[in-house]
Design a binder for this molecule. Structure first.
Ligand SMILES: Cc1ncc(COP(=O)(O)O)c(C=O)c1O
Length: 484
């Protein structure tokens, strides 16, 4: 293996890529308070032991402030810097018109206002519930959960309440080994025992293993389809029958719904409950670290168990109500309104034809990219994503090195069915030029030696960080830095 990238195209781009690095001496872009600050007297009615006498606050002009945040953004990589092919975790570019809509001053109504005064808002909730139900083949949808993982937990609690209501004690949830970590966490948080299902040699559910795993203890089988390898579970109808025959329910992890949008519906495949990852399938930011949404759809039998409040039509208008056997609240009010508004706007703008087109592009892009890259890509053909293997290279090193080529790396080392996994999802928003740029970056890194990879990244604002310490021992406050 040569340490040099041999593609002319990527060499050209390499010369042109360097992430901004704003420093002041040894320090990165200083904190606002370090640039200039002044003491402010604190005058407050709160008791003395709860307050300070004075407070040091930044004292800066507007240009200084604007430049500070611009510099910080230039030292970061985001979806507006370049492609972000994170398989499963999917970061896609969201159109600005949804942001504009959510920023309208009239949009920000207080969620606790009297229903009579927010009929328009409740109408949008009801409309989005209906759109999602129709798209998923479900009978009703709650918009309350604030993220995909929170949707999973809500769905699991609904299944639990349903079984309990029927006097059916079920203690186990079956989950394939390729599933997202949140599936296992949601099942365990709700108090279930997790039964892990080994994948078959073709990367799909192994029906014999499933037969052995399910029984009268089974409350739920959680599946995503296409699965995290980007493969459609062809036996899904049989799988649903097997689970229903033992009295269990079928849960659809909707993270990969962008592969099927407008073409196939989980409800028609036999799924009873599903969540929608609106940040992947529609147009909202990812929930991690901010307000998100993970609506949950259910069939008719499970509708009385939905969280409260739920929105429905009444007397020519809309009202909030508590479903008969509601599991209670999983989040405040009816969910994160402005996030949901963006999803509603996106669905309305695309229309049925646009949704079908989005899934076509998601699938085409994944398969095109899988064909362009020189890493081994087992399995296939794919839906929205594929998992390549870094082979002899360390997938984490590959990821770091890709940053030097001005693209974000794929998800790495998961699912474990593929050694040194590079789980890649270009998403439906990228065009062929960008896919070629991504392929060039993959291929340049594939031809590089271990030394180059181990010392990457070189051209980013931060060099390689100690990820374990950063995760286990984070210093998130200015105070911690000061103390040091
Ligand atoms: C397959 C799968 N399921 C569930 C989730 C959880 O979704 P969220 O990140 O919105 O909590 C993810 C992550 O995005 C995922 O990839």
């Amino acid at each position: 293996m040569s340490d040099e990238a041999d593609s002319d195209g990527i060499e050209g781009r390499m010369d042109g890529y360097d992430q901004a690095r704003w420093t002041d001496g040894e320090r990165y872009e200083p904190l606002l308070s370090e640039k200039n600050s002044r003491e402010v007297e604190v005058d407050t009615p709160l008791p003395d032991d709860l307050t300070r006498d004075s407070l040091e606050l930044p004292d800066l002009s507007e240009p200084e402030l604007a430049r500070h945040y611009t510099r910080l953004s230039q030292m970061n990589y985001g979806i507006e810097s370049g492609p972000f092919p994170l398989g499963s975790c999917t970061m896609k570019y969201n159109p600005k018109f949804t942001e504009d809509l959510a920023a309208l001053p009239d949009g920000a109504v207080h969620p606790d206002r009297d229903g009579e005064t927010i009929q328009g808002t409740l109408g949008v909730y009801a409309q989005l519930q209906d759109h999602l139900a129709r798209i998923g083949g479900m009978d009703s949808v709650t918009l309350q959960p604030p993220a995909g993982a929170a949707g999973e937990l809500a769905g699991v609690l609904i299944a639990q309440a349903y079984h309990e209501h029927n006097g059916d004690e079920r203690t186990e949830i079956v989950i394939p080994d390729s599933a997202h970590g949140t599936n296992f966490a949601s099942a365990a948080m709700a108090g279930f025992d997790v039964v892990q299902l080994p994948s078959g040699e073709d990367g799909r559910v192994d029906l014999d293993a499933l037969e052995a795993a399910i029984g009268e203890e089974t409350a739920l089988l959680m599946l995503t389809n296409p699965n995290t390898l980007g493969l459609f579970e062809r036996d899904i109808v049989e799988i649903a029958e097997m689970v229903h025959d033992v009295g269990g329910l079928l849960y659809y992890d909707g993270a990969n719904l962008n592969a099927l949008l407008g073409r196939a519906r989980p409800g028609d495949m036999g799924f009873d409950i599903m969540h929608y990852n609106v940040h992947k399938t529609f147009a909202t930011p990812h929930g991690g670290g901010g307000p998100g949404a993970g609506p949950v759809g259910v069939n008719e039998e499970l509708t009385p168990f939905l969280p409260t409040p739920h929105v429905r039509e009444s007397d020519g208008g809309y009202e909030r109500y508590e479903p008969e056997h509601s599991i209670g609240k999983v989040h405040g009010f009816c969910g994160n309104w402005l996030v949901l508004l963006k999803a509603a706007a996106y669905i309305a703008r695309l229309g049925d034809e646009g949704l079908v087109d989005a899934s076509a592009k998601a699938v085409l892009n994944a398969n095109y990219l899988a064909e362009q890259i020189e890493y081994e890509v087992p399995f296939g053909p794919f839906h929205h994503e594929f998992v390549a293997s870094a082979g002899d290279q360390d997938a984490a090193d590959v990821a770091k090195r890709m940053l030097d080529y001005g693209v974000h790396p794929p998800t790495t080392k998961w699912p474990e069915i593929v050694g040194e996994a590079l789980m890649t999802e270009p998403t439906e928003v990228e065009n062929r030029r960008t896919l070629d740029q991504l392929a060039d970056a993959f291929n340049a890194v594939a031809s590089e030696g271990a030394e180059t990879l181990a010392s990457a990244p070189q051209r980013t604002a931060s060099r390689r960080i100690d990820q374990v310490s950063a995760a286990r021992n984070p210093r998130l406050s200015w105070q911690a830095l000061e103390d040091e």
